[in-house]
Ligand binder design. Structure first.
Ligand SMILES: Cc1cc2nc3c(=O)[nH]c(=O)nc-3n(C[C@H](O)[C@H](O)[C@H](O)COP(=O)(O)OP(=O)(O)OC[C@H]3O[C@@H](n4cnc5c(N)ncnc54)[C@H](O)[C@@H]3O)c2cc1C
Length: 582
C-alpha cells in the first residue's frame, strides 16, 4: 500500500544513479542502516570488484547453494578468474522458485520471492545483467493496481485508490507515520538515505538499535502516542492493512528493528515482478557469460564450468589435515578447498550438514541456533483469462480485486499474463491468481491441508467477499501450493528476528571479516538471506553474497579494485553497532 513512504517514479529500477539528474530528488535505496555500504555504486564501478594474484587463477572455491546469493557469489568469483564449484541439494534458484503451469508458456507461480522493491539496487543490477524484464507488481492500492478490496470485520471496502477508503484507514496510516517519525526518526533517516550521508545514517541507527532491540513490532505500535490515542480496532486495522504490501500483523511478535529497516529503505513499496518468473534471475546468472572476465576464455559461464549442472548437495564440511576445508557431497565425493561460501539457511549447518564444530566459535553457533524462521504458504490457480478486468455493469466496479482480508486467505493477488496489468495483448490469455499468501500462524493453519482442501476453502472464503463471482468456473488445470516449512533443504520461508536477537544477527553478518579469527575458524564464509539484516528480501541475499566474495578474495591474497573499496575495506567505518553483552 502506498502509505507513508513518499517515493516517486524517480525511484524505479534502472533510474540513473543517485544525484545524476540535476534537481531530481535522490531516491530511497536499500542502504541498510546497520551497514550502509553502497553496494550499487560498488557494482557499477568501471574498475570492477577487484582481482586475485595470477597464481590463484583457476583456484576452486566451493559454493553451497545455488540460490541467488550463491550464484551472485559464484558469478563474481568466476569473473575474478577463480573457479566456483557450486553444490545444490535441490533446484537452481532456491527460494526464487517459479513453478510453471503446464501447457501455458509464461504462466508461472512465484513460490518464494515474487515482488522486488525498486530500492533494492544490487538485486536489480543482476536483473539487468541477465536481461530479465519486469513489470509493476499489483500490490494493494499501488498506483498500478486496478482495484483493491479490504475486507475487515465482515465489511468489504472497494478502492481504486487510497482516497476511496473510509476515513478510518487514513487515520491509521497517519498514526503509523507519526509513530515512525516520533519513535524512529523516519524523516531524518530517509533524508540521510536519499543524500547517501552514511555518517548520519549510522548516527541515527546506532542510537535506535540499543533503544529498540528488545521491542516487538506490536509493542512499538501499541505504545506509540499516536496509536494510544486511537481505539484498539485501529491496531487491528493496522495489522491487516499495515503498510506496503499490507497484512503485517503476523510480524507483530518480531523485533521492530526488522520492520524499521524495511520501512526506512522503502523495501515494502514500489514492487516489480519478473516477467516469466523470479527464477529466471538465478537461472540467468547460471547461464550468463560475462563480457569482462579474468583468466577464463570468452563465453565462460557457471553452466559451462559445471558441465551444465551444479554438483550434488553437501552432507559434511570439515577441516583436513593440510588445513584446507573438505566438502563431502551426497554421493560420497570429497573435495578440498581453501574457501567455502555457505548460502543455505544457516540452521542447516546443524540440521542438514555434518559441520565440524571447531569451524565456528561457540558464539557463532549460538547465533545460528537462535535463528527464528518465518513460515509461509502460497496457493496459486491458473484461470482462463484476467476476468478481474471486467466491470460489473450495475456498480461499475471491477468484479474481482487484489484483496486483503481477515479471513484465512489474508492476501489474494491477481496476476495478469503478458507484461503485467492491463497489457491488452494478454486480455484473453490465461492468467494466475495467488489465492492466498500467508505467513507464520496463518501459514501453519494451511499446513495439514491437501492442495485441493486448501483451494476449496480459499474459494469458499473469497465467495463470502465476492458472492456474485464464480471464480471456480474460471480455474484451469491443477493448482500449485507450497508450505516452505515442509520443503526439503529449507527451514521455513526466511529468518525473522525476535526481540533481543540483534547481537546474533550482528555476529552472522560480520563474520565475512575474518582477520581477527583463529586460523581454525577461517575460510567458511556465510552468506544469504539468513545472514542479511533484511531477511525476506533478495537484496540482502545478494549483498551478503558480495560480502562473501570480498572475504574470499581477501583470504586468497587479492584486493578490491583501486578506487572501488569493497565492503570489508570499509568495515571499520561502517560496521554495525556493537551492543554490550553484560
Ligand atoms: C515465501 C517467500 C516470499 C518471499 N518474498 C520475497 C519478495 O517478495 N521479495 C524479495 O525480495 N524477497 C522475497 N523472499 C526472499 C527471497 O526469496 C530470498 O531472500 C532469496 O531467494 C534467498 O536467496 P539465498 O540464496 O540466500 O537462499 P536460498 O534461495 O534458500 O538458496 C540456498 C540454496 O541452498 C540449497 N541447499 C540447502 N541445503 C543444501 C546442501 N546441504 N547442499 C547444497 N545446497 C543446499 C537450497 O536448496 C537452496 O537452493 C521471499 C522468500 C519466501 C520463502
Amino acid at each position: 500500500m502506498t502509505l507513508p513512504a513518499g517515493t516517486s517514479t524517480e525511484d524505479l529500477p534502472g533510474a540513473p544513479a543517485p544525484g545524476a539528474r540535476r534537481g531530481a530528488r535522490p531516491p530511497l535505496t536499500m542502504l541498510v542502516p546497520d551497514f550502509p555500504f553502497p553496494y550499487d555504486e560498488h557494482l557499477a564501478h568501471p574498475a570492477g570488484l577487484g582481482s586475485v594474484p595470477a597464481h590463484r587463477h583457476g583456484t576452486e572455491v566451493a559454493v553451497v547453494g545455488a540460490g541467488v546469493s550463491g550464484l551472485v557469489a559464484a558469478h563474481e568469483l568466476m569473473k575474478l578468474g577463480l573457479r566456483p564449484v557450486v553444490h545444490e541439494a535441490g533446484e537452481i534458484g532456491g527460494r526464487l522458485r517459479s513453478a510453471a503451469f503446464p501447457g501455458v508458456p509464461g504462466a508461472v507461480a512465484d513460490l518464494g520471492g515474487m515482488r522486488f522493491p525498486a530500492s533494492g539496487r544490487a538485486f536489480f543490477h543482476y536483473v539487468d545483467t541477465v536481461g530479465a524484464r519486469t513489470s509493476p507488481f499489483p500490490n494493494p492500492l499501488a498506483p498500478q493496481t486496478p482495484s483493491t478490496v479490504i475486507e475487515l470485520r465482515n465489511r468489504a471496502h472497494y478502492a481504486e485508490g487510497p482516497e476511496d477508503l473510509p476515513a478510518e484507514f487514513g487515520e491509521v496510516a497517519a498514526a503509523w507515520r507519526r509513530a515512525l517519525v516520533e519513535g524512529a526518526e523516519l524523516e531524518a533517516m530517509q533524508e540521510a538515505i536519499r543524500r547517501r550521508d552514511l555518517r548520519a545514517i549510522k548516527e541515527i541507527w546506532n542510537r535506535t538499535v540499543p533503544r529498540l532491540d528488545e521491542e516487538t513490532f506490536y509493542g512499538f505500535v501499541a505504545k506509540s502516542p499516536s496509536f494510544a490515542a486511537l481505539p484498539f480496532s485501529s491496531r487491528e486495522t493496522f495489522g491487516q492493512v499495515g503498510f506496503g504490501t499490507g497484512g503485517w500483523d503476523t510480524d507483530f511478535p518480531n523485533s521492530v528493528l526488522e520492520i524499521l529497516r524495511v520501512v526506512h529503505t522503502d523495501a515494502d513499496d514500489q514492487h516489480h515482478r519478473i516477467t516469466g518468473g523470479a527464477q529466471s534471475v538465478p537461472l540467468g546468472l547460471w547461464r550468463h557469460a560475462p563480457a569482462t572476465i579474468a583468466h577464463w576464455p570468452a563465453g565462460t559461464s557457471l553452466e559451462s564450468l559445471h558441465h551444465g549442472s551444479p554438483r550434488p548437495g553437501v552432507t559434511r564440511v570439515r577441516r583436513g589435515e593440510d588445513g584446507r576445508l573438505l566438502v563431502l557431497d551426497r554421493w560420497g565425493t570429497e573435495r578440498a578447498y581453501e574457501a567455502v561460501v555457505v548460502t543455505c539457511q544457516s540452521w542447516l549447518l546443524s540440521a542438514g550438514i555434518d559441520t565440524e564444530e571447531s569451524l565456528f566459535s561457540h558464539e557463532m553457533w549460538m547465533a545460528m541456533e537462535r535463528s527464528h524462521y518465518m513460515q509461509s504458504s502460497k496457493t496459486f490457480v491458473l484461470v482462463d483469462r484476467p476476468f478481474w478486468r471486467d466491470r460489473d455493469p450495475a456498480t461499475g466496479r471491477r468484479v474481482l480485486s487484489t484483496t486483503l482480508t481477515d479471513r484465512m486467505t489474508r492476501g489474494t493477488y491477481l496476476l495478469d499474463g503478458g507484461e503485467g496489468i492491463d497489457d491488452p495483448a494478454a486480455a484473453d490469455s490465461p492468467a494466475v491468481i495467488c489465492l492466498s499468501y500467508t505467513w507464520n500462524d496463518d501459514a501453519l493453519k494451511w499446513l495439514a491441508l491437501s492442495t485441493d482442501e486448501r483451494v476449496r476453502l480459499m474459494l469458499h472464503n473469497l465467495e463470502q467477499i465476492y458472492p456474485d463471482v464464480d471464480i471456480a468456473s474460471h480455474v484451469l488445470g491443477d493448482p500449485i501450493t507450497v508450505s516452505w516449512e515442509r520443503e526439503p533443504h529449507f527451514m521455513g520461508a526466511f529468518r525473522g528476528n525476535l526481540p533481543g536477537h540483534y547481537r546474533y544477527q550482528r555476529r552472522l553478518f560480520t563474520h565475512f571479516v575474518q582477520d581477527h579469527l583463529p586460523p581454525q575458524q577461517r575460510g567458511v564464509f556465510l552468506a544469504g538471506d539468513d545472514i542479511s539484516f533484511t531477511p525476506g528480501w533478495a537484496e540482502g541475499a545478494v549483498t551478503t553474497g558480495l560480502n562473501a566474495v570480498w572475504g574470499v578474495v581477501h583470504q586468497l591474497g587479492g584486493s578490491s579494485a583501486p578506487g572501488n573499496p569493497g565492503p570489508g575495506d570499509r568495515f571499520a567505518e561502517l560496521a554495525p553497532v556493537e551492543l554490550p553483552d553484560t
